[in-house]
Design a binder for this molecule. Sequence first.
Ligand code: ZN
Length: 483
Amino acid sequence: MKEQLSIIPKPAAIKYGEGFFKSGGIPSVIKKECDPKQIALDKDGEISLKSHEGYRLIIEKDRITAEAASKTGMHNVMETFRQLTLSEFKDGVLTLPCAEITDYPRFSWRGLMLDCSRYFYSVPFIKNLLDVLSLHHINRFHWHLTDDQGWRFKVNEYPLLTEIGSLRKNYRIPDLPPSGGFYSDDEIREVIDYAALRHIEVIPEVDLPGHASAILASYPELGCTGGPYEVEERFGIFEDVLCAGNGKIFDLLEKVLNTVTRLFPSKWVHIGGDEVLYNRWEACPKCQSRLKELGLKKSSELQSWITFKLANMLAERGKIAIGWDEILEDTERFKLPKETVVMSWRGDEGGIKASRLGHYVIMSPCTCGCYLDYRQFDNREEPGALYAKAATVCDSYSMDPVSASMNKEDAKFVIGGQGNLWSEWIYAGKIAQYMIFPRLCAIAESVWSAKEIKDFNDFEKRLTVHRQRLDNLGINQYRGPLR
Ligand SMILES: [Zn+2]
């Protein structure tokens, strides 16, 4: 019997007592509401505002008590208890060392992004994933629903987005029928409800104005050249984007945002904004006359104009826009609305710049182990993106959402971090699990646990126990070198 409770992410404090709790079967836990002040351990006596998510788990010889100040806190403590039952329930007996665990998160945004455009993951797969995310106190599911390779939800006024835009031809094996699909309104609600029961908020992403091949294949008149366009089977960055000079794009975007607002209760909507090429805009008479009309100098400024309009359209619907860090560029004329949240992905620079401009920031830098499509070890036999260097479990563990070059003021704007699974290289749910675990366990600790208590050697030890839990849940996990 191990003395240590190998919980991931590492709790704020564990005080071990004398003896063990033992019971045949899984016992019921006594649940108690408590004062949030009880679950704040800040050394300087300051009570953490995040502690409404906190909890206390008290294991005594004859009983187990869970205390929390909110439903979310109670959910978190029960997930920690579930971890213990998944690893310490053996031969019909649960054996736990007596201990008092006090715990609360460092950040409020603890996320995972899943790209369901490049690969169309099924609803049962997503639900199973949400269940395991919750076990790690991950509380945001960022659902990447549109890209060049497929549009994944129905917009009633624009039926071709799914009739054409959700399917792509297979050029390598022409005998195969087009593949893809989309989530029905009922399926989207099913995912949101399933997530909500696990205290996970679902944030949809509609990637605009680039990565738009699926939109353009459905409505070619919205592109600068008029097409023809195809839903992309290739991967990369494509020059065909929404035509900034065509006012009709906003008719479509209005309806898209109405649909998203109707389906998703989250206050945030991710509008993408990454990897937009400007050569079509430069060659397009409509885009160039828009540029003149707005008094702009560079085509790239048209993107900040579109972002500005999207952020305001969302604000009118009571929503807050999130965008990839490119949305910070060329914003002299059309300033990024203050409430817009920036997701820093190309490194931490975007996050630092955004925080200094007073935007809330979510860190998911591809340079710090947050890109889960990268191989976990530098070896050609490992699945994952061949163009990038490996991102090890240790890299994911080393990720600190508050970058070393941020000062105290900047750090206040960092609301958390997340891992991103792009799916160009990940063509099956079982491979997705392999790419996510155990790196997500490391990221969970980077966004939940206080920096001072993190220690990779200690994490490695806890992970050997935690792996049994993932095995018991039927999760396919990577088992190679961790650094
Ligand atoms: Zn144009």
